[in-house]
Structures are given as structure tokens and as C-alpha cells.
Design a protein around this ligand. Structure first.
Ligand SMILES: Cc1cc2nc3c(=O)[nH]c(=O)nc-3n(C[C@H](O)[C@H](O)[C@H](O)COP(=O)(O)OP(=O)(O)OC[C@H]3O[C@@H](n4cnc5c(N)ncnc54)[C@H](O)[C@@H]3O)c2cc1C
Length: 409
């Protein structure tokens, strides 16, 4: 029992933790409630697995929304470069794409999962599937073991809790770990969806449903002071908006949103100043002069977007630029350079890429990932109150904290 480690949850954090503990000579049992490990890992990056970001450890911390400094030891102990080396040394070659996102060369998350399955087997980690932990057994401030749903108890002095967050619950991440940790006295920072689509109050956005714009800037005021501006593509949906720029914005909103009252503004033409846009609308050359507003805007933006916008603004799409009133010109400029939308709410946590909030990091030793409240209990992965932007940062955090927790047992 002294030499044993029980890992709860077979996601990237738990698999890495189990492997590291086993490589130290521990007798490791990995308990996974599903009939397979890495069910969420399988769907990451659209099934391609954006496994990390090709960047320095400090950039991982910069891209972490809160408590980045808590990760300093973990990320520097097992860096993005170490992860890439680890994958390559086990025949999973990687490639770097836009924004330094790293993927397996094969574009298959299944290859990353197989790698872990093989290594865990090789190092005699006993994986028990269909094994749901319902409580952590304790005695005098120390871990005593775990109890499964079928009331079976497994005794051990070291437990690594890596049950993930609570998004995409069908993958097994149903938030059990938060309850388990709370039962033994850990504080849970408010759980919210992050990297998720937004619902907007403006019902007219339905007319833009399915339209994607490659390059916009969205701006949002945090607590009426700090202005967040992000640039990337946006996708309109029947309830509001999504796409890379909105997912990123949601990570800020997850921390600061006062729901129902939060305006965000969108600049649909970030490469053109208001002044230049005005000049073009006032264009006096014959060609420009005879153009309809629809034709002019379609030279800058997708046709469906232009038609939806003009309809909403109640501006005749066939009107010539030369006949456009000053009022309508100003409305068009304001709408394109700073359209205000009101955020109703974030979509449900079921649809979120990650969970913001989690185990209060003040109660966890950053140099080992061990609980400061209960000797022998360690945490790894998304269960911790650390969440990052898109780009491979969240998986790197899972692997790095798993590496440190497993190595520290
Ligand atoms: C659609 C989607 C795409 C994503 N794409 C990316 C990406 O490309 N790059 C990136 O960096 N991040 C991505 N993420 C985020 C990333 O998947 C997570 O941050 C990461 O999986 C967290 O790892 P984890 O090991 O902490 O938790 P999880 O992967 O959630 O694993 C937790 C495991 O614990 C098990 N478990 C839960 N409760 C119990 C219990 N009581 N007993 C036993 N087992 C239990 C679960 O079944 C699960 O297998 C994506 C997330 C989603 C939803």
C-alpha cells in the first residue's frame, strides 16, 4: 500500500500522472469511469488534437486566464518542447500550424491516446474501466484510499485527482472531482463555461445565421474599465455568435461577465479607418458614384452579411452611393466600425471547451500539486482553477500538471 498510487480519471492529466508515477517504480491503478481512456482527448482539435503550442513556457503562462504563476513549476518541469520530444520519441511526429498550434503529423488524436495506452501497459499501470470513484477516504489529515460506486474500497496513501472539468459531460467529465474535493474540505472557485459561444439579445442576428467573417475585432469592457480587444474570425448562429474570436472573448467573460448587461462592439472592417470608409462612401468618381450601397459593401464583405445588415438597418440596398443620406451614411459607418451587441449569456457549460474555476489553487502546493489540506492527495489538469485560451494551452497544462503530480508521488 505504501508504494501504491491511485489515479482518478484517465484523461491527458491522469494518464500522464499515472505514467510518471509508474516510471518512478510505483504500483499504479488508474480508475476511469468510461470504458475507454481519453474520451475527451479524442475529440480535441476537431479530432486532430491541438496537443500544445510551440512556444516558451512563459507564453503558456501568459495565455492562462488566471493563476498562471501557479503553473510556473509545472510548465517549466515539462515544457511544450518536452511534450513534443516525448511524442516524437514514441513515434508520434508533430507539425506546427497557424498561431504555433501543434498537432500530430497524422492529424489523429487517436495516435496520442494509443501512445499512452501502450506506455501505461508497458509500465504495468493497471487500468480499471467502468470504475467511478464516489469518495476519497481520509484519516487524520491523510489519504487512506478511495471508494467506488459499487462500494468497493481501494486503500492507498497517494491519490491523484484528475477528473477534469464539467464541459462535454458525455465524455465523462461531469464534475465529480469537484464534489469529491469539496467533501474533504477543498474550496471550489465558481465554475463557469469558458471557450464557449455567446447568446445575444439582438434577435436580428438570426438573419446572419451561418455567416462567417474572417477578420473582425471584438471589444469588451471588463468591469467598466479594462477594454479587451481581440481579432480573429466570427461566426453568426441562430442564437448569437461563435467562432475563434468569440471563444477567446468568452474566456474573459467567464471571469467578469455581469450577465444581461454586457455590451460588446464589433469592428467588421478592421483594416479600414472610419475616415477612409467615409471617403469611400462619399466617392465622387463616376464609377463609385453610380454604385449601389449593396455593390459597394459587397466589395468589402460577404454578400449575405451585406444583405442581412442593410435589411436590419432598413436601408434600401439599391440606393446609389450618391443618393445615400448623411444619416444613413453615419449609421452604416457606426454599424461596420463598432456595432454594439448585448451579451445575453454564455451557452451552457455542456457546450464549452473548458470549465473556468475549480480547485482553489491557494490550497495546492505548486511545486508538487499536493493538497495543502490533505497529505497524499494531488491534483492535475482541468480540475484546478486554471484555464487558458485556445491554441493547445489547455492540453499542455493537463500534461504538465499531470507530469508534476505523478513525479511528486
Ligand atoms: C470539443 C473540445 C475540444 C478541445 N480541443 C482542445 C485542443 O485542441 N487543445 C487543447 O489544448 N485543449 C482542448 N480542449 C480542452 C481539453 O480537452 C481539456 O482541457 C483536457 O482534456 C483536460 O484534461 P483532464 O485530464 O484534466 O480532464 P479530462 O480530459 O476531462 O479527463 C477526465 C477523466 O476523468 C474521468 N472521470 C471523471 N469523473 C470520474 C470518477 N468519478 N471516477 C473515475 N473517473 C472519472 C472522465 O471520464 C475523464 O476520462 C478541448 C475540449 C473540448 C470539449
Amino acid at each position: 500500500m505504501n508504494n501504491s498510487v491511485v489515479v482518478i480519471g484517465g484523461g491527458p492529466a491522469g494518464m500522464m500522472a499515472a505514467l510518471m508515477a509508474a516510471q518512478k517504480g510505483k504500483s499504479v491503478i488508474l480508475l476511469e469511469k468510461n470504458m475507454q481512456v481519453g474520451k475527451k482527448l479524442a475529440i480535441t482539435g476537431g479530432g486532430r488534437c491541438n496537443v500544445t503550442n510551440y512556444c516558451d513556457p512563459s507564453d503558456i503562462i501568459v495565455n492562462t486566464m488566471v493563476n498562471g504563476k501557479f503553473l510556473y513549476k509545472a510548465i517549466n518541469t515539462f515544457t511544450p518542447y518536452d511534450l513534443i520530444d516525448f511524442l516524437c520519441s514514441h513515434d508520434v511526429e508533430t507539425k506546427i500550424e497557424k498561431d504555433n498550434k501543434v498537432f500530430p503529423q497524422s492529424n489523429r488524436s487517436a495516435d496520442v491516446i494509443s501512445l499512452f495506452e501502450n506506455l501505461l501497459k508497458k509500465h504495468n499501470v493497471k487500468i480499471r474501466y467502468n470504475a467511478t470513484v464516489k469518495s476519497i477516504l481520509t484519516s487524520n489529515g491523510k489519504v487512506l484510499g478511495v471508494q467506488l460506486n459499487n462500494n468497493e474500497s481501494i486503500y492507498t496513501q497517494k491519490v491523484i485527482l484528475s477528473t477534469g472539468g464539467m464541459s462535454y459531460p458525455h465524455t465523462g467529465s461531469t464534475g465529480d472531482g469537484f464534489k469529491l474535493a469539496k467533501q474533504i474540505g477543498h474550496r471550489i472557485i465558481k465554475l463557469r463555461p469558458s471557450l464557449v459561444s455567446l447568446e445575444l439579445n439582438e434577435s436580428w442576428v438570426k438573419t446572419l445565421m451561418g455567416i462567417s467573417l474572417e477578420d473582425v475585432i471584438v471589444s469588451y469592457e471588463v468591469e467598466g474599465k479594462k477594454r479587451i480587444s481581440l481579432r480573429d474570425s466570427i461566426l453568426f448562429t441562430h442564437y448569437g455568435c461563435s467562432g475563434p474570436v468569440i471563444l477567446k472573448l468568452s474566456a474573459y467573460i467567464a471571469r467578469y461577465l455581469q450577465e444581461g448587461t454586457s455590451p460588446m462592439s464589433v469592428d467588421f472592417l478592421p483594416n479600414m479607418t472610419e475616415h477612409v470608409l467615409l471617403e469611400k462612401l462619399l466617392s465622387r468618381n463616376v464609377k463609385g458614384h453610380s454604385k449601389t450601397i449593396r455593390g459597394f459593401l459587397q466589395s468589402l464583405l460577404p454578400k449575405n452579411f451585406v444583405l442581412g445588415l442593410l435589411k436590419t438597418l432598413q436601408i434600401n440596398e439599391d440606393i446609389l452611393l450618391s443618393q445615400l443620406s448623411k444619416v444613413d451614411r453615419n449609421i452604416i459607418i457606426q454599424s461596420l466600425k463598432g456595432m454594439i451587441f448585448t451579451i445575453k449569456q454564455m451557452r451552457s457549460i455542456n457546450e464549452a471547451i473548458i470549465t473556468s474555476g475549480g480547485i482553489d489553487i491557494k490550497e495546492v502546493d505548486p511545486s508538487t500539486m499536493e493538497s495543502k489540506l490533505l497529505k497524499g492527495l494531488y491534483f492535475a489538469g482541468e480540475i484546478l482553477d486554471v484555464d487558458a485560451l485556445t491554441g493547445g494551452f489547455n492540453l499542455q497544462i493537463a500534461f504538465s500538471t499531470g507530469f508534476l503530480a505523478g513525479s511528486s508521488t
